[in-house]
Design a protein around this ligand. Sequence first.
Ligand SMILES: [Zn+2]
Ligand SMILES: [Zn+2]
Length: 374
Amino acid sequence: MRAAVLRTMGAPAPYADSRPLAIETVVARPPGPGEVRVRVRAAGLCHSDLSVIDGSRPRPMPMLLGHEAAGEVVEAGDGVSTLRVGDYVVFSFVPMCGHCGPCACGRPVLCEPGAAANARGTLLGGAMRLHDAGGTPLHHHLGVSGFAEYAVVSEHSAMRIDADLPPKIAALFGCAVMTGVGAVVNTAGVRPGESVAVFGLGGVGLSALLGAAASSAWPLVAVDVVQTKLALARELGASHCIDAREGDVAERVREATGGGADYSIETAGHAQVLANAYAATRRGGTTISVGLPAPDRMFSVPAVSLVAEERTVKGSYMGSAVPRRDIPRYVALYRAGRLPVDRLLTHTLALDGINAGFDRLAGGEAIRQVVLFD
Ligand SMILES: [Zn+2]
Ligand SMILES: [Zn+2]
């Protein structure tokens, strides 16, 4: 099959010239017990892929990237119980064992065997099913590796979805939508009339904005440095749009929300933006960290403010999701017109154009781009 393989992190931009992702012929071995082979129909370009390419989120190399994708099950290994051949699926980038402590507590995002497998670059059961033309094994990216014509994954990395959902839309639910909407409805638990400020308007940030709008958050403040993204945020329900390059951002959010946001949601993955987000909350407010800063970035706050002002800082990984519960809910909201995630899709491309696609993502010219396979 054709696939996009990353062999070395830290290649210089522009990626259209340095081509960190090589389009190669890759061999996918048959699915083992509890695994399925999926014909990938669409795969989104996410900033977390870019963070592996540029080395700010190191992963074992070589690796077949891509963690936001959708497709059709074409082969099932022994003992697969949740999926059948012919099912349409969207991938979840944390496999859920279903049995560990966090899974038993209803927090499958924190699945311990799932996290260990993702760190190793293997499937949930420990296997690596991909190798290059020379026989060198390729690591799996977050149990998915969606930038390929086929993916071999644990059945616990794939959720069945409606067959009639267009693949380029379905893919978005696997990362951007599950992460952004989940940060609002699961991690924050926003109630109608509570104020929300979203920092960073990529696919995840705009999904958080959509989730906050669907939750009747008000005022609903959008913060970014790209005018086209701020304009889109306005169309999607933001009451205030703030260019972070102008003036004191936190002060402007406090003005827009009458004293500070009940919830600040940081999706840019920068420690300074996170500090701004914290400073923009009201007394008693909550800051949700969704972006992924580089491992050496630190975040500090006046310690007394946690107590005397009852402030909260919470992390949100994959939207604190329960994917089998949340993805069908978000899809139903999309179908009802309450969560117009199709507005996030700015480009579709062929696999050959993937390096140029990451240039567009890095440059803020794109929100969600999806590779289509025919
Ligand atoms: Zn992602
Ligand atoms: Zn688990």
